[in-house]
Design a protein around this ligand. Sequence first.
Ligand code: SAH
Length: 382
Amino acid sequence: MVQLSYSITTRLLPYGLSLSSSVAGRPGWADILGPARARPARHLADLGSADRRAAVAELGQPAYRADQLSRHYFSRLTESADEMTDLPASSRGALVSALLPRLLSATRELTCDRGMTRKTLWRAADGSFVESVLMRYPGRVTMCVSSQAGCGMACPFCATGQAGLTRNLSTAEIVTQVFNGARGLARGEVAGGPGRISNVVFMGMGEPLANYASVLAAVKRLSDPVPDGFGISQRAITISTVGLVPAMRRLAAEGLSARLAVSLHAPDDELRDSLVPVNRRWKVAEVLDAAWGYAASTGRRVSIEYAMIRDINDQAWRAEALARLLAGRLAHVNLIPLNPTPGSKWTASDPEVLPVTVRDTRGREIDGACGQLAAAGRDPTL
Ligand code: SAH
């Protein structure tokens, strides 16, 4: 069953950021796989429970301290040695400095939507910048995270794509973005009172499936029950991809219940080859076949992301072509008004251009500075 609705999808744009740039043309394997660089410091959130126990034992501490430390981090949401009063004072500092190094520092925070949306710009230890956004809506808080610093997919309408790929984030760098959102919410720093993160979307900077191992481990850390993780339901986690077919097939075999979103943006190869350059390697038919494989093995409806770009991909015949491709499939279409990037020759479609069901009727005013971000949480499926 295909549902067309005028809902808006989470999207981060690095406003005002200049990122160190690499390739801004057609992606090659180095872009798809990510460059080899020195990894960020090891962190508790990089490790599964057996490795955490081993790491604690290496420090000469009893292995059960790994569970205590994990509980502080994932449940009490603290990384401060002073607050870990159940650990002997003599070992706290060593455990914290070995397993909870500071990976990201918040360098800028923007809020909009009456404090319900909070965007954070993070600086990593090597100087790379990434962004995350927390979006609060009645009954739901969605955290949008980055999986890479920059992106190598070179989609011409996307600001991150223009900047090129800097590097993959580590699992813990991804988890840290959620940790900080969760801690801010728990401490009542976000308008609306204390709360919890209910949803996570990999729709910030980067192509999550090009950083496969770190993203998969992050999904586990987010969804594993306390003390091994945050205990967020996998069903409330969305991984968004340009359509890296081999990685989509691999993900389908992982036994996850996370949602997959496919950034389609065009039903035909001719246009998609230019809007999503990786389409030159994996065509629409292959991408959708892999998407249906994911739907079949997980039972989850796949989200089809479609940025509406005026006079580029918003013709009625393309809508019909899209409908034919998706008819009878376990899919849901999210139409996203294009958020024009600085200097872009493209603009958003007129919302009236297509006869679609307008599902979102709340019509909240959105602060222009974070327009698309503020709108993101409206899709109740994300
Ligand atoms: N690389 C992944 C996830 C990151 S972006 C992916 O492409 O799916 C999340 C979504 O925002 C994608 O659907 C992406 O195509 C879309 N997007 C990027 N730039 C945009 C813009 N300027 N306006 C609207 N949507 C945009």
